[in-house]
Design a protein around this ligand. Structure first.
Ligand code: SF4
Length: 106
């Protein structure tokens, strides 16, 4: 058996390792998918009605008025996860908004 490694083999393996590393870095730097907090399964019909009547949306259309800035928001310790709300039942997106928005005191 020949234990000698040719220069060509070393170059080919180094190139393959470099390509694999570059691909891995690109895959890891991909941003996480947008957080969706729209699943209302498990809520009572009354809770769904409140959610709809207050016009809860996952992404606030009002600059700076997001659930994460609202006094009613109940955050989670997990990152990129839905929180809760004292008024609107169900999963709440930190970037969401509804008609019951109440700014946190400065
Ligand atoms: Fe978000 Fe409305 Fe709850 Fe405030 S009251 S945290 S704006 S859903």
């Amino acid at each position: 058996m020949d234990d000698k490694v040719s220069r060509r083999d070393v170059l080919l393996r180094t190139a393959a390792l470099g390509a694999f590393t570059a691909f891995g870095a690109a895959a890891c730097s991909k941003p996480p998918p947008a957080l969706a907090c729209t699943n209302t399964r498990g809520l009572s019909p009354a809770d769904v009605t409140v959610r709809r009547s207050l016009a809860y949306v996952d992404n606030s259309a009002e600059l700076g008025k997001t659930c994460s800035n609202c006094q009613q928001f109940v955050p989670t310790v997990a990152t990129n996860a839905c929180g809760g709300c004292k008024v609107v039942k169900g999963p709440i997106n930190p970037n969401g908004n509804c008609k019951a928005y109440l700014a946190k005191p400065a």
